[in-house]
Structure formats: C-alpha cells, structure tokens
Ligand binder design. Structure first.
Ligand code: B12
Ligand code: SF4
Length: 462
C-alpha cells in the first residue's frame, strides 16, 4: 500500500514558515507500520505543483491524503479533481482544521472527487483507512459512496500522546522553512508538547482538531524530541505551538528542568495565555532558554473580552506583561479589531492598552470568523449568504477583498483604517510609511491621522 500526503499551496504571497507537522505525524505512524509513504509540501515547493500529474504517475499512490486549512481548501479540491480525472481508483482523503470543521460541506464542494473526510486527529483514523478497514467501522470519518454521504461517529481524542512515534520530519526539506515571527537564531522549527485547550474563546477554531481536553506529552519524550532536533538537524531555535503550552504549570516546570538537566543549549519561544503564567513558571522558562512568549491580549475593553469569552481581565494582561518583562523574556502581543460589539471607543481602548503594555513585537488583526469557531456558527447564515470564497480567510487580506466581518457595526473599510491607525500609534516607522502612502494615494484619512498622532501620540482618537 503506497500513500502520498500533500500540503496544498495557499493563496498567500509568502511561503510557509513551518512544516506541515500534522502530515509528518501521520507519516510517522504509517512508517512505523511499514507502509510506504511520502510527503510533498506544495506550499513550500510551489513550482512542483505544475507537475502534479507526473508526480502522481511516478509515485503511483493507492491513497492520497490532503491537508487543508480554510485558505487551502480550494486548492485541495483542485488536487483531488486532477487526481480523480487521471486515476479514479486512487482513494482521496482530506483532513485538517477546515474539513474537520465542515466535513459534509467539504464532501459536497469536492463534487465527488474526495472520498473521505477525516475529522480531528488524523493518525489512527488514517491508519485504519490505509489498513483497509471497512469504512462503516471507522470512527472519525464522513465519506461519500454512490452519491450519498455517510456520517460515522466521532473518534475520541488520543489519550496517550506518548505512544505516537516522532513525526517523520525527514520526509520534508526541513531546512527550507524560515520559521514564523521574530527569530533569534536559525535553523528553527516547531514541536508540540500538548494538544487541546479547555477555554472557549469564540473566535478560535482549534477545538475542531484537538478538542477541549488538554492532553500532555511526558517531559522526557518532549526533551528527547528537542535533543533529536538539535543533534540531527542542528536546530538552534524551537517553537512550541501547542494550543495552550502553559496550561499545566507542573508540565512546563518539568520540561524546563529536563532541558537544563540535559544541558541543551537551545533558544525557544511559545504561545501563551495571560492568566496561565506566574513568576516561578516564567523564571524557569527563561532559565531553560525561552526568549519570547506570544500572548493574545486581544482587546483593551473588558466588555469585549467578555463578549468573546476570553476569560481574562485587563489587569491580568498588565500583570502577565510585567512578570514576563521581569523574568527577562520578550513578549509579542496579539490584538484583535472588529470583535463582537466593537466600536470606535473600544478600539481606542485596545490601542491604549497596547501602548501601556509596550510589547516587544505586536500584531493587530481584523477578526475573521473561521469555520469551526463559535463565531462562525453564530453568524453562519450571514457568512454563507455572503458567498465569500475560502481564499479570503487570511489575516492580512487586501482591502478590496470581501473578508467577512460579523458582530460589529463598523464596516470593513473602517476597520482597515483603524488597523492602520493602530500601527501608527505604536510605531514611528508605521507612522512615516502611512504618511508617505497617504500623500501618494491622496488618502486624506491617513494624512490627517498621521499628523494627529504626531501631535498627540498618547491620546487615541479615530
Ligand atoms: C503554527 C501555526 C501557524 C504558523 C505556521 C503555519 C504554516 N503552515 O506555516 C503561523 C503562525 C504562520 C500560522 C499562520 C496561519 N494560521 Co495557523 N496555526 C498554527 C498552529 C498553532 C499549529 C499548527 C500545527 O503544527 N499543529 C500540530 C499538528 C500536529 O496538527 P494539525 O496540523 O492540525 O494536524 C492534525 C489534524 O489536523 C489532522 N490532519 C492534518 N492534515 C491532515 C491530512 C490528512 C489526509 C488527514 C487524514 C488528517 C490531517 O491530523 C493531524 C495529526 O493529528 C495551529 C493550531 C494547532 N494547535 O494546530 C494554527 C491553525 C492551523 N492556524 C490557523 C489559521 C487560521 C492560520 C492563518 C490562516 C491565520 C492568519 N494569520 O491568517 C495563517 C495561515 C498560514 C498558512 N501558511 O496557511 C487555524 C486554522 C483554521 C482553519 N479553519 O483554517 C488554526 C487551527 C488555529 C486557529 N486559530 O484555530 N499558523
Ligand atoms: S484562543 Fe487559545 S485559549 Fe482561546 S480557546 Fe483557542 S487555544 Fe484556547
């Protein structure tokens, strides 16, 4: 049985920053059972995409597995179509966050070219497909047969993550990925120490894959993986991209202790949540090489934080920033504009919070209702009626696109203007850039805003 796993190209200009770890996990499980498997990341190696038909001819897979984030799913359909037209006998399976969120719709939109959608974690579900188990007996799939869609029961999350083999990173050109966000050292890559998150932020779609239950790997196994990445690939910086790395204090402390015990010289960074860190944890993280933490501060308005069920307070935001700085760790602040109930006033509160926090790095994004999130389900009819293409589901869309904005009276155009203003309040470079852009495009808003901010940089007015 031969299996080819594909990461489709995205519609973004920039190349992907990290490898498709989900596919590497699946390949690791298959290889452990002696199945022949390969991975192609067309998002990284886009020029190869033109040769898809030849690649399929050369490899002759029995099963094709395609990964899909929302902004990749249209290309997943294209791949499935090309493959089915050429070789209808190849079983085409898709998985990942998008099909996990909208399994039935994915099968319908694929117009018969996708046979099976895998929902949630893919390792064991896909293994059962490859082993040829009867489809009706496989938990965690929706499938299509004779123009009918069959919906099987969901599969419980993998209870013991330590039984999974190491992801098959060797099937990917691991040194070609540049890493995401600020970097201290290269080469760099990422790993996962736990899966799942018990929180319920309404904009988040992470649950569609790993669910609500936080499941952690053993610290020994995690640090074995770090050691392997350092020794085999010469990695000098690593990122933990768990749903919520800092949820379990004991686990974090144990990982940090183990890194130090083994005297591993590695710089690392992670994503976190302001109400899950404390001084002891941060000190230990710093001592083991952590140099950057990204926090979702999201909004400077407590009302908005409550609307989005963030379950954090402004006070906790300020405290996490202070503790992190004291521990000698830099921090990245994520802020959202266009949340449910957002007004000009609450955006000003967000900008003011950002100014107060003084993050080392920051990003303002306009809220987008991702499939799989509560927000998407809440506004499902509006979103689906607007017939927005899946390609638009990207955080940095061009202004003229039709990215869906829901739950606020503010228009997309206004939100984009306020986002520019937010950057101008935070950075002199952005101020200058916007001023020049304003003059070139005779954009009165930009010019006026830039001058207003120059006069009173600490007083937000939109
Ligand atoms: C690291 C990360 C990034 C990095 C790098 C992404 C990249 N490819 O370069 C950065 C920060 C740049 C990023 C950017 C974006 N990301 Co991101 N990102 C993640 C994160 C935190 C980890 C990804 C990861 O490695 N997971 C670990 C692996 C093991 O899990 P997995 O990939 O989901 O795979 C499992 C299953 O999905 C399934 N599976 C996956 N593929 C397949 C294929 C088959 C055939 C089968 C059977 C099963 C299967 O099995 C796997 C093993 O169990 C996830 C959240 C998360 N915790 O997963 C979000 C996540 C994937 N990102 C998300 C989003 C929205 C984005 C952006 C679009 C946001 C934006 N800024 O615009 C961009 C798009 C980037 C891109 N290249 O396409 C969403 C996706 C939602 C969706 N419906 O598409 C997620 C789920 C987070 C969220 N907010 O809900 N991202
Ligand atoms: S945004 Fe983070 S904390 Fe909130 S539900 Fe998603 S993973 Fe959990």
């Amino acid at each position: 049985m031969k299996v080819l796993l594909i990461n489709p190209p995205t519609f973004q200009e920039e190349k992907p920053s990290i490898p498709p770890l989900g596919l590497a996990y699946i390949a690791g499980v298959l290889r452990e059972r002696h199945f022949e498997v390969d991975i192609i990341d067309f998002d990284l190696e886009r020029d190869k995409f033109r040769n898809l038909a030849k690649i399929i001819d050369d490899f002759c897979p029995d099963i094709l597995g395609i990964a899909a984030l929302t902004l990749q799913v249209d290309n997943a359909y294209t791949i499935a179509k090309i493959v089915k037209q050429k070789s209808p006998e190849i079983l085409v399976v898709v998985g990942g966050p998008h099909p996990s969120s909208l399994p039935e719709r994915t099968l319908r939109e694929a117009k018969g070219n996708i046979d099976i959608v895998v929902i949630g974690e893919g390792e064991y579900t896909f293994l059962e497909i490859v082993k040829g188990k009867n489809l009706e007996d496989i938990e965690g799939i929706f499938y299509q047969k004779n123009n009918r869609i069959f919906k099987n029961a969901l599969r419980p999350p993998i209870a013991n993550l330590d039984e999974l083999p190491m992801p098959a990173r060797d099937l990917l050109p691991i040194h070609k990925y540049r890493g995401w966000g600020p970097l201290k050292k290269t080469p760099t890559t990422h790993l996962i120490a736990s899966r799942g998150c018990p929180f319920d932020c309404i904009f988040c779609s992470e649950k569609s894959v790993f669910g609500n239950r936080h499941r952690k790997r053993g610290p020994q196994k995690i640090v074995d993986e770090i050691e392997y990445l350092v020794n085999t690939y010469g990695m000098r910086e690593l990122a933990f991209y768990d749903d919520l790395f800092t949820l379990n204090k004991t686990q974090v402390l144990n990982i940090c202790k183990e890194i130090q015990n083994r005297k591993l010289k590695i710089d690392w960074k992670t994503l976190s949540r302001v109400n899950t860190v404390d001084a002891e944890m941060l000190t230990s993280m710093k001592a083991s090489g952590c140099w950057l933490i990204s926090y979702g501060f999201e909004s400077g308005s407590q009302e908005i934080l409550n609307n989005i069920r963030k379950k954090q307070t402004i006070e906790q935001c300020l405290q996490a920033a202070e503790l992190t700085r004291k521990a000698g760790i830099k921090f990245f602040g994520f802020f959202m504009l266009g949340n449910v109930g957002e007004t000009e006033k609450t955006i000003c509160q967000t900008i003011q919070l950002a100014q107060k926090l003084r993050p080392d790095y920051f990003q303002f994004t306009i809220v987008r209702p991702d499939p799989g999130s509560y927000l998407y389900n809440l506004y499902r009819n509006d979103i689906e009626n607007a017939k927005i293409s899946w390609k638009e589901y990207y955080a940095f869309p061009k202004k003229e696109n039709k990215m869906p904005v829901v739950g606020t009276e503010l228009s997309t155009v206004k939100l984009f203007q306020y986002k520019d203003a937010a950057y101008m309040y935070m950075s002199k470079k952005a101020l200058l850039k916007n001023l020049i852009k304003g003059f070139i495009a005779t954009d009165v808003y930009r010019i006026k805003k830039a001058f207003a901010i120059l006069m009173k940089p600490q007083r937000c007015s939109l």
